[in-house]
Design a protein around this ligand. Structure first.
Ligand SMILES: Nc1nc2c(ncn2[C@@H]2O[C@H](COP(=O)(O)OP(=O)(O)OP(=O)(O)O)[C@@H](O)[C@H]2O)c(=O)[nH]1
Ligand SMILES: [Zn+2]
Length: 215
């Protein structure tokens, strides 16, 4: 029996859900690693690489483990961070900004890295979240094949759900290696995406957030 099903993505409403097959959770991690390793063996062979070489022989296994356990581990809801919440006893009513959160993701069009920074903010409606959990939410949704727009929205929606508030802002500024290391090969450009909801739709509140993150 699969441990998870699409309902575990309940917060991923139709329009921003990562496209997944209906049987996405039927295979366990070890089976995925073994199959992906076999397929990478084929790919490396087709490329003409000698897999008996010392340095290369473990590569299909390394890639498979890296995909399942690391860079695409955000496809498995079992890895979704469990937030630690506290009551806002101190009645802190200003925005809380967690800035310069490292983003390591992968572009779903080319499977090469997206690297950058995320800045997130919320205004409490009674709950306070353990700070590191904001970084973990960013990391969880980054660890999927992504486009930056969807990543931004998924992070914003998860913070809204966990904090039970609409007052959430997210900005991501990232470099797409599919733009810098291949194709157009522009190393100078970066991509900015934002999500502003609730009080952050107000220009003053939004500008305050942008000031804190140095924009
Ligand atoms: N909107 C959006 N586009 C992205 C993102 N990551 C990569 N892309 C773009 O996705 C597009 C894929 O377009 P294609 O024309 O099918 O790919 P391609 O032929 O390899 O295009 P070039 O990169 O221009 O060589 C490219 O323009 C990428 O720059 C992202 O996060 N959001
Ligand atoms: Zn790409």
């Amino acid at each position: 029996m699969p441990e998870h099903n699409l309902a575990d993505y309940e917060i991923d409403a139709e329009n921003f859900r990562t496209p997944l097959k209906s049987n996405a959770f039927e295979m366990d991690d070890e089976s995925k690693i073994s199959l992906i390793s076999d397929h990478f063996t084929s790919i490396l062979n087709i490329l003409g690489l000698d897999l008996t070489d010392d340095s290369l022989k473990g590569t299909p296994d390394r890639i498979a483990k890296m995909y399942v356990k690391e860079i695409f581990s955000g496809l498995n809801p079992a890895n979704k961070p469990v937030p630690t919440l506290f009551d806002n006893h101190y009645r802190y009513s200003e925005m809380l900004v967690e800035k310069n959160i490292a983003v390591f993701s992968n572009c779903e069009h080319h499977f090469v890295p997206i690297t950058g920074k995320a800045h997130v903010a919320y205004i409490s409606k009674g709950k306070v979240i353990g700070l590191s959990k904001l970084n973990r939410i960013v990391q969880y949704y980054s660890r999927r094949p992504q486009v930056q727009e969807r990543l931004t929205i998924q992070i914003a929606e998860e913070i809204k759900r966990v904090m039970e508030t609409d007052d959430v802002a997210v900005m991501i500024d990232a470099n797409h290696h599919c733009v810098s290391s291949r194709g157009i090969q522009d190393i100078g450009s970066s991509t900015i995406t934002t999500s502003f909801s609730g009080k952050f739709k107000n220009v003053d509140t939004r500008n305050e957030f942008l000031r804190y993150i140095g924009q």
